[in-house]
Design a binder for this molecule. Sequence first.
Ligand SMILES: C[S@@+](CC[C@H](N)C(=O)[O-])C[C@H]1O[C@@H](n2cnc3c(N)ncnc32)[C@H](O)[C@@H]1O
Length: 264
Amino acid sequence: MTKPNNTIYSQFALVYDLMGADDHSRAMIDYTDSIMSKFHIQSTKRSQPMRGLDLCCGTGTAIELLSERGFAMSGLDQSATMLAMAARKLKGKRIPLYQKTLPKFKLRKTGASSRQASFDFITSFYDSLNYMKTEKQLGYAFQAVGDHLVDNGWFIFDMNTPEALKTVWSANVYADARDEIAWIWRNEYHAKTKSATLRTTFFTKKGTSWERFDETHIEFGYSNTVIRKLLKSAGFKIHGLFKCFTFRPADRETYRICVVAQKR
Ligand SMILES: C[S@@+](CC[C@H](N)C(=O)[O-])C[C@H]1O[C@@H](n2cnc3c(N)ncnc32)[C@H](O)[C@@H]1O
């Protein structure tokens, strides 16, 4: 029987790692290593690890890898199920995980202090920021990121471009099957809003039968010009807007960008 669910990443969260969606985090962390060394992103206080926040952290893979590198990490996501998966992965690591919804968010320090939490760097990987529905929302999200960074703090994120949504997400169907899970994704691109709808259907094995669930996701694409403009008005200096996984400037044909920006 179909289980209708309009809350994104409620059930998808349960199969996210199983279908290998967390592989992107691994690739992004290797790339983040090179970004950090290229831009000399390092702690200014020798005895203290840099504090990082992974925005829209999903199942926590990036947090796990960044904490293995010695960073004091926190995570934020809107999905309770994603956060539960992350908490399980990060068990015993004392990593604060916040359930908050972008674009506007406010994080308080954990413990007795009621002061706003601040970080040396904030990351956001995969298509997370493509869930912002309007330019205004994306701008608010950038401002909230800026509010939670120390002066000169870094913001590193990747996003799908409108070109990716138009090409990869146009009238395409993707399907795959593993031993315990199978899925069908039907995509549709809407030129007017530079958005793409992804209708997902998953089947997961339960004993000898299969259970089905559906989720509908909508992603929005933003041009490099808009991203630059919004970051600048949120007080960021842009060090690079790259073709993701390279240090070559993104162009109109790029499918995925990675931005390295610094709060000024
Ligand atoms: C494609 S997943 C990426 C997860 C993780 N960053 C990764 O690289 O695997 C997108 C994530 O963004 C979160 N998300 C989407 N819209 C959000 C919003 N408005 N506020 C907070 N989190 C959001 C989802 O719950 C989901 O965990």
